[in-house]
Design a protein. Structure first.
Length: 709
């Protein structure tokens, strides 16, 4: 299928061939009939992409600070590699979609196949949408009209925050698509609407809707007009739907407001606010968040957990429905806003001319599109190859580290899979992978594939590991192996069954740090004797908001299970032993199970001790990782995998190098294992022990006791 994407690195907008998404729980698949191009929002993205690096940096000073912090800790070249790889990621365009439901996922009750639905889907021939981000299109509406549901809800949410009442004087600054919808909704609410824009044609269109509209760019002129039309009282509310870097708009909004007036920002403007403008009139100012309550809440959008209507009357989904109802009943006229309808294949007519002054451009889609779950990007015969890999998951880590490393090692990569198909297609094209797919079962069913590499969200790991084992494949899974005891026990049963049946399959977890050159050298220098060791591993992990999926115990398992497992394995490698008992305490008086500020104490079978300091509340300018090993009168310190110091070690004091966390060595050895056989790189019982240790850490926190493994 075809999808419009933009490359942030060079600003090019292209029509890409990608595999059709697969249906999943809580989602619906919509075959697109029409989609609306948001000329304001999408123009900003396109213009950002076309800018050079300096322009991009100036527009995102917060990102520049993050880059500078990363340079301090990780070095210049690794940071630049990360930045350029990030810019290489394509951006799917569009968020106003209308079409026909062609598949309904488990748990979805309100939609059925054949329904007409509007959603925030991209400009793509098929979109996969959570049910809370879609609404049914009334029978009397066309698909063109249905495509206005989402962008209309942006205007509607701004109106709800302004809380207009019958007879109030409301100013709308910016008469683009959202502004014109805003004006109509306000008039439907019985308000007197005053509108401003610099474009005369938009002003004329607003006047047809009953708006007192003016092509006035001068701040003082706008203020005088409002004072005249309100008999010197000022506007009851100002809704800003304009897009500008100027601070004059917010200043003018304050000065044209009445005492205790309301200002709502829907668009994007400069926000250098003068206190005196707001102080003297006791003005309120609020920024509107997209479609309404539920936006950016994974529980609502992805998990389908609705807000109870008696307490949250208008969610984003209910806003979609309200807009569609307003169009259906004639209260909102969107047909007058359509400037052009262009076939998807001629998308360039819109994107090459986004400053034309059009209001709303609509893309139309072919009825005969070929929808496949896999796209073949290159031809290569793997029948005589050994060690052929299929990759399931094409997220940030796969794109930044795994796939580039495998490419350097000339790995035979036959598949890469992603849920929506775009990220896998991008990586496949860039690194010469044969197939991009949205159906990971193709990988499992292909006899030419020897190993499955799983790099999905953590809650999917266990089930996919088991499927891979049952298919007779070697399985490499990014950490963690599992996030619950039940998942782990099922994996153990599957592994034991494969051993009994002699399938030859194996399980490997991406504990790359034990393969880092400095770690290997440290083990050789200090851990060669039989005496036990003390190891302290400090992870200056950095803050991650609680609403990020890694922090969700059901999806990511929390950062202790999901990330600190690296250090359990690392210490197990250095000590050459297994964890016997675990104790964990955490920051605060009542820490939660998903804490990311904790100290974990490990006691090993051979008497060694390990301490893992996993902190998220430190400075980013401090090293992200620090490992200290003590034993036999010697000490080794590894600083951020860029420098190693030795104390009490004859012939060794200090060594520096490029940051290397072991990924290259790990995959080099793993490819050798796949091609030539031999013992697994990490014994399975060690992987199980590490996983159990992380579970024990959480149990220890809950009970306040030492947990034996």
């Amino acid at each position: 299928m075809k999808q419009i994407i933009q490359h942030l690195k060079n600003g090019k907008t292209i029509l890409e061939e990608v595999p059709c998404p697969k249906i999943k729980r809580g989602h619906i698949l919509i075959k697109t009939k029409r989609s609306l191009v948001s000329l304001g929002t999408e123009r900003m993205l396109v213009e950002f992409g076309k800018g050079n690096l300096l322009t991009k940096a100036k527009s995102q000073p917060d990102k520049v600070k993050q880059v500078l912090d990363k340079i301090k800790t990780d070095g210049l070249m690794p940071t630049l590699e990360t930045v350029f790889k990030k810019l290489d990621e394509p951006l799917p365009l569009g968020y106003c979609n209308a079409g026909e439901v062609i598949a309904v996922g488990e748990g979805v009750k309100e939609f059925k196949i054949g329904d007409r639905a509007a959603s925030n889907g991209n400009h793509s021939e098929v979109v996969s949408i959570p049910s809370n981000l879609a609404a049914k299109i009334p029978d009397n509406l066309t698909y063109e009209e249905g495509a206005f549901a989402v962008i209309g809800s942006i205007a509607l949410q701004g109106l709800r925050l302004a809380n207009p009442t019958l007879g109030e004087n409301i100013v709308v600054i910016g008469l683009g698509l959202i502004g014109l919808i805003e004006c109509q909704l306000l008039i439907a609410n019985g308000c007197n609407v005053i509108g401003f824009d610099i474009n005369k044609s938009k002003v004329e269109l607003a006047e047809k809707f009953g708006v007192k509209a003016y092509a006035a760019a001068d701040k003082n002129e706008q203020i005088n007009i409002v004072e005249d039309l309100t008999n010197g009282i000022g506007a009851d509310a100002v809704i800003i739907t304009a897009s500008s870097n100027s601070n004059e708009i917010i200043s003018a909004s304050a000065q044209m407001s009445r005492k205790r007036g309301r200002i709502v920002l829907v668009g994007v403007v400069g926000l250098d606010i003068k206190r005196s403008d707001f102080y003297e009139k006791e003005l309120t100012f609020q920024v509107s968040c997209s479609y309404g309550p539920g936006r950016y809440d994974d529980d609502y959008e992805q998990k389908g957990i609705d807000y109870p209507l008696p307490y949250v009357r208008w969610t984003e989904k209910r806003n979609f429905e309200a807009v569609l109802n307003a169009i259906s009943t004639g209260k909102l006229d969107v047909k007058s806003l359509i400037s052009e309808v262009v076939p998807l294949t001629e998308y360039g007519r819109i994107y090459d001319n986004m400053n034309s002054g059009s209001i709303a451009s609509i893309l139309s889609y072919s009825e005969t599109s070929e929808l496949k779950s896999s796209v073949v990007l290159t031809n290569k015969n793997f029948s005589s190859s050994k060690g052929v890999i299929g990759i399931i998951g094409a997220g940030n880590f796969a794109g930044m580290m795994i796939v580039p490393t495998l490419k350097k090692l000339n790995a035979d990569m036959k598949y890469i899979c992603s849920s929506k198909g775009l990220s896998s297609t991008t990586l496949a094209k860039k690194y010469g992978i044969v197939n991009s797919s949205t159906d990971y079962k193709q990988v499992l069913q292909d006899p030419e594939v020897d190993a499955v590499l799983i790099t999905t969200r953590h809650n999917q790991h266990a089930a996919m590991v088991i499927e891979g084992m049952n298919a007779g494949k070697h399985v490499f899974v990014e950490k963690p192996l599992a996030i619950t005891e039940d998942q782990l026990n099922t994996i153990i049963q599957s592994y034991n069954h494969s051993i009994e049946t002699g399938s030859g399959a194996s399980i490997m977890v991406g504990f790359n740090r034990r393969f880092a050159p400095f770690v290997i050298k440290a083990k050789r220098l200090i851990a060669s004797s039989d005496s036990p060791l003390n190891v302290i591993a400090t992870m200056n992990a950095g803050f991650i908001p609680q609403d990020v999926w890694v922090q969700d115990m059901e999806t990511g398992g929390g950062r202790i299970i999901g990330e600190a497992c690296h250090y359990v394995d690392l210490i197990s490698y250095l000590t050459g032993s297994k964890v016997e008992s675990v104790y964990m305490n955490a920051l605060g008086t009542s820490p939660s199970a998903n804490t990311d500020n904790a100290i974990i104490t490990l006691i090993y079978e051979n008497g060694s001790q390990g301490v893992i300091n996993y902190f998220s509340n430190g400075s980013k300018s401090y090293s992200k990782e620090r490992i200290e090993v003590f034993g036999s009168g010697k000490t080794v310190i590894i600083d951020n995998f860029r420098e190693m110091r030795g104390y009490g070690i004859k012939g060794f004091k200090k060594e520096k190098g490029k940051q290397d966390k072991g990924h290259y060595n790990q995959f080099k050895e793993y490819l050798n294992f796949l091609r030539n056989g031999g013992e697994p790189l990490i014994p399975f019982d060690s992987i199980v022990n590490t996983t159990k240790a992380t579970f024990a850490a959480i149990e220890s926190l809950k009970t306040g006791t030492v947990i034996k493994i």
